[in-house]
Structures are given as structure tokens and as C-alpha cells.
Design a protein around this ligand. Structure first.
Ligand SMILES: [Zn+2]
Length: 563
């Protein structure tokens, strides 16, 4: 077993690893055992995970402590994404990031609230001056939560370098016990060359895995010829949790010679969507499992690929036996190996490459415009990773725009002619993507006269949808004319049937109140501790607007004992 941090060097009181990363600078941000729900680099929909998801004992509100001296350099409050996030810049140039927080602590919380009231908004992004919110190692800075796009209470913790590239926090000496070997759940072969084949087929082939006595795997022997790549589905579990996290390193060899290495040490946010190029997108969309392709195709700039020979492909010659091996390692060096015996044989093709030809062949590096009935599509250059046939049809009000089995890298526009709609309806239209229930899911839409344009990065069926219904507002813990002196919060449920919630604004007695929006529960919450000039008799008013501008107003009177 190779130890990554085998040589430790001492500089100015701090311990550095061979690659110059300080290994005792950051302490754990939580004072509970570090158990991970997710690790660095693991594969998620459209992105690589950029930090550690630290479990918080299924609850919210655990104190978060500054892992080193520094200052609050950024605060971001969003409905989606990281929810309430905090960024601390440390004097050594690294930034630590905390996501999905329930709230900030002390002076930080006060500064955020004051600014939210001043700007009359929940969502905001702030970049405080260096001297404003300095922190010392061990200071209480926030409380863990479940805000934004989080599926359960946890702390999202990141360490970024001075160029804001996320790095693997484990490189910094954060200790996660891991005695378990990575699991390989499937291996695939991809014939690439024109005359290449695997077992006489030219399509993706799943190989049968045979467990060996030593715990490693072998596959059935293949007959193959020509240029071939391989793919793998794998995960790693650490001690104390059953979560299927990502591996740390994968390397491949062909007859003993290194072919390819993937290493999850760091990446740049500008690269993260290329995950869809690196993984088998078609397989993921149909099987919900991510195959990592252990070769680099065109338009894949990923820097996690740290070694490659002929882009990771092998070339199998006729009448030669060879062996291809894949090694998967976790951060602790636990290793799983898969050996693939290959018999070189040029054979007749029984299952040639399947290509579905259509009228619309798209060159990835060209911009393309296509018109079908009342719809026109604009595909900017490099929105697609490779040249491909697209299956595009208009069926009256529905545009069938291929199938969600090919990834889209950057926005494609779909424009619909709406001249045949009634004038008063035109403002209530949007471009919707039909979900599995056939309901039109809102895509960001703009209108220019009789042209309605939606932007998308997903293939599928689109339609012009109309939303004429205003959002619904329902009080949760109060009612018109009631006394609610004992309530700490005012809670309201807000929903919209089609286009979705766009904005909201609450007031009490005409004064703005901060309402926090939890889109996962459709709930707006006001905290009475915010102390907005309350009287005994109070008038609450809430306006909610959907994505096409339908507006709903809710008003209620409530009573509260004066302190
Ligand atoms: Zn996370």
C-alpha cells in the first residue's frame, strides 16, 4: 500500500505534506465525530461534489467553529444551492466554506439580519471587509442546518485554494476512519475504433465480474480487437456509515503499462459540468448509476485526469493475449483490483454500432438553427460534446426535442411563435418541459413580442404552457383575528400550480418583515425575535408572485401581548 502523505515536513510551526499542503492547520469545524454522508469528488447530477458532507446526528443547530484564524470574506443566502453559506478566508490563502447552515452566530448573524432588513430581502450575497468580521480558531461562527438544496441535516464543508478551486479536505489531515475496501459494482467495455469489437459487438458491453479468493475481481475473458476503452461503477464506504461515497483514485494498466489515472485532489468549478462528458450520460439517465469512463474523449478538459497514455484507450492486436487492470483506491489506500483478460481476435461483427440516423445531424463545433412548425431551436457552438443525430419533431403544441440521453453543456434556446394566442394570455405563457407526469415544468422564459424563448440544458418534450392561476397562500399557525402571543414564529404555506414561485414580500403594519423561504416545505417563516414594531393589534400582509407574474395577496389581523 502506498502512503500518500508518507513524508511530512515541518515549516514555521505547521506540518506540511510533500505537496506543500498544511496538514495540521485546520481543526474539525464540528465537535462531534466526523462521519461522512458525502466526500470530495463524488459524482452527483451535473457536478462533482466539491467538499465533505459531514453528518450532524440527524439534527440541526450544532455549533460550527472556525477551524483556524481568518475573517468572514463572503456570506451567501440563497433559497437553493448552498442555502445559508459562510466563507472564511485564512491568512495562508485557503478559504473554508460552510453550507446549508440554519443560521450564523453572534456578530455574523447580526450583520446578515441587519443587511436583510436594510435591503428588504432574504436572499443576498455579501463580501465583508477584512477587518469587519475577524475570527479566531475555535470561535463559534454558525449553526448547522438543512437549508438550500440539502436532503437532510448536514454540514457541507469545503476548503478552496487561493484561486477558489475546491480541494480534497482530507489532504489537510482531516481524519476519517476508513478500513473498508472500495466496491466495484460493474465494469463495461466500449469499442471505439471503426473496426474495433468486444465479443464481436461494437456497443457498450457489460462484463461479468468474478470475485477472487483475495477479494479482488476478475472478469470473464474477452475476445476483442482494435481501439477499446473501459468504464467502471464504483463507490467507497467509510467506517461508521453506509453512505456510498466516491473513490479517491482510479488507475489502469495494459500489460503492466500505466494507461490512465483519475485523482480527486482538486478541480475548478468551471470544469464541474464536464462530469457529463466523463461519465456515461446515457447509462445514467436510463439506469441511475454513474459509469466513469476511464478514457478521455474530445471536449473533456477535466484536470482530475492526472495521467493518460493514448487518452486511456488500449489497442488490442490480433492473435495476442493481454491483460487490462483497473485499481480503485480510497484515501486511506484500501485498494480493489479488477483484472480483465483479453484475447486479441479480429472477428466478424455480429452486433455493429447502433446509430439512429435522422434528418438533423448536428456538428458540435458549429452553431445550428432548426425550425419545426411554430418552434425554432438555436444550438450554440459547443453546446454538445460531439457531432450527433438529433431526433426533433413538432407535434402541434409539443416539440419533441430528442430524448434526455445526451448531455447538453451550455444553454440551447427554444423559441415558440405565440401569435395565435389571445392578446391577454400572451403574458401568462412560458416554455415548459414536460415531466414524467406530462406537466409542463417551468424553464426560464423571456418574451419578445410574439416570440417566447426558453433556455434549457436538457433534451425532452417542450410545450407552450399557460399559467393563469395565482399562487395559493395558507396560514399554518395562526388565523384571522386570533391572539398568538405564545408563538415564536409566523408560518405560511405558499404554493403555485404551474410556473412556480418567483418572489414574495411580507409586512406587518406596513413594515417589511424578513420571511425565510424553505422551498422544500413550501413554507415562509417570520421569527418574532426580529422585533419588528409590533402592536397589540397587527396587520400581516403577504404578496406572492409566480414566474409569469400572477400575484396573490393575503391579509390577516392578529393580536399579541405587548412585552
Ligand atoms: Zn455537500
Amino acid at each position: 500500500m502506498k502512503k500518500l502523505l508518507s513524508t511530512l515536513l515541518l515549516f514555521g510551526g505547521f506540518v506540511y505534506s510533500q505537496n506543500g499542503i498544511p496538514t495540521d492547520y485546520f481543526s474539525n469545524p464540528l465537535d462531534i465525530n466526523m462521519v461522512l454522508a458525502g466526500n470530495f469528488g463524488e459524482m452527483r447530477a451535473n457536478h462533482f461534489h466539491s467538499g465533505l458532507d459531514i453528518k450532524t446526528e440527524q439534527r440541526e443547530g450544532l455549533p460550527v467553529y472556525a477551524p483556524a484564524d481568518g475573517y468572514v470574506s463572503r456570506i451567501n443566502v440563497q433559497h437553493y444551492g448552498y442555502g445559508k453559506a459562510l466563507y472564511i478566508l485564512h491568512p495562508n490563502g485557503y478559504t473554508t466554506v460552510y453550507g446549508h447552515l440554519r443560521s450564523y452566530a453572534g456578530e455574523i448573524e447580526k450583520y446578515v439580519k441587519d443587511t436583510q432588513y436594510k435591503k428588504e430581502t432574504f436572499e443576498l450575497e455579501l463580501f465583508p471587509e477584512k477587518t469587519m468580521l475577524a475570527v479566531k480558531k475555535g470561535d463559534l461562527i454558525a449553526y448547522t442546518g438543512n437549508t438550500g438544496g440539502s436532503g437532510g441535516p448536514h454540514l457541507h464543508f469545503e476548503i478552496r485554494d487561493s484561486s477558489q478551486r475546491p480541494m480534497n479536505p482530507l489532504l489537510f489531515g482531516i481524519e476519517i476512519p476508513d478500513s473498508r475496501t472500495p466496491i466495484v459494482s460493474a465494469v463495461f467495455a466500449y469499442p471505439i475504433g471503426e473496426d474495433a469489437h468486444v465479443n464481436q459487438g461494437q456497443n457498450r458491453t457489460k462484463l461479468r465480474l468474478i470475485k477472487q479468493k483475495d477479494g479482488n475481481y476478475k472478469t470473464e475473458s474477452l475476445t476483442a480487437y482494435g481501439k477499446i476503452g473501459f468504464g467502471i461503477t464504483t463507490f467507497d464506504q467509510q467506517d461508521g456509515a453506509s453512505n456510498k461515497n466516491g473513490s479517491y483514485k482510479i488507475n489502469t494498466r495494459f500489460n503492466g503499462t500505466e494507461k490512465f489515472e483519475v485523482l480527486f485532489n482538486k478541480f475548478d468549478f468551471s470544469e464541474t459540468r464536464y462530469l457529463n462528458r466523463y461519465t456515461d450520460y446515457n447509462y445514467y439517465e436510463t439506469n441511475k448509476s454513474m459509469v466513469q469512463k476511464l478514457f478521455r474523449e474530445s471536449n473533456n478538459p477535466l484536470s482530475i485526469i492526472t495521467k493518460e497514455d493514448d487518452n486511456g484507450y488500449i489497442t488490442v492486436k490480433d492473435s495476442l493475449a493481454s491483460i487490462y487492470t483497473i485499481e480503485v483506491l480510497d484515501f486511506k489506500g484500501n485498494t480493489m483490483q479488477v483484472s480483465i483478460p483479453i484475447e486479441g481476435k479480429k472477428l466478424e461483427l455480429l452486433d455493429p454500432k447502433k446509430v439512429e440516423k435522422t434528418d438533423d445531424y448536428i456538428y458540435a463545433d458549429h452553431a445550428t438553427s432548426i425550425t419545426k412548425g411554430k418552434f425554432s431551436i438555436y444550438i450554440p457552438a459547443n453546446s454538445l460534446y460531439e457531432d450527433t443525430y438529433l431526433d426533433i419533431k413538432d407535434e402541434g403544441d409539443i416539440l419533441k426535442f430528442h430524448e434526455d440521453i445526451i448531455p447538453i453543456h451550455s444553454n440551447i434556446s427554444i423559441t415558440a411563435d405565440i401569435s395565435n394566442y389571445k392578446e391577454e394570455d400572451k403574458d401568462k405563457l412560458y416554455i415548459g418541459r414536460l415531466n414524467y407526469k406530462g406537466l409542463p415544468y417551468y424553464t426560464s422564459t423571456t418574451r419578445n413580442g410574439d416570440k417566447l424563448t426558453g433556455k434549457t440544458r436538457t433534451f425532452g418534450s417542450y410545450t407552450v404552457a399557460i399559467d393563469t392561476t395565482e399562487p395559493e397562500i395558507k396560514p399554518i399557525n395562526f388565523a384571522e383575528g386570533k391572539w398568538i402571543s405564545n408563538q415564536n414564529f409566523l408560518k405560511v404555506k405558499i404554493t403555485d400550480d404551474l410556473s412556480g414561485i418567483s418572489s414574495y414580500r411580507g409586512t406587518i403594519n406596513g413594515k417589511f418583515i424578513l420571511m425565510e423561504y424553505d422551498y422544500k416545505k413550501d413554507v415562509l417563516t417570520y421569527n418574532f425575535n426580529d422585533n419588528v414594531n409590533l402592536e397589540t393589534e397587527n396587520n400581516f400582509k403577504l404578496i406572492v408572485i409566480d414566474n409569469v407574474g400572477n400575484s396573490a395577496t393575503f391579509e390577516a389581523k392578529f393580536f399579541r401581548k405587548q412585552p
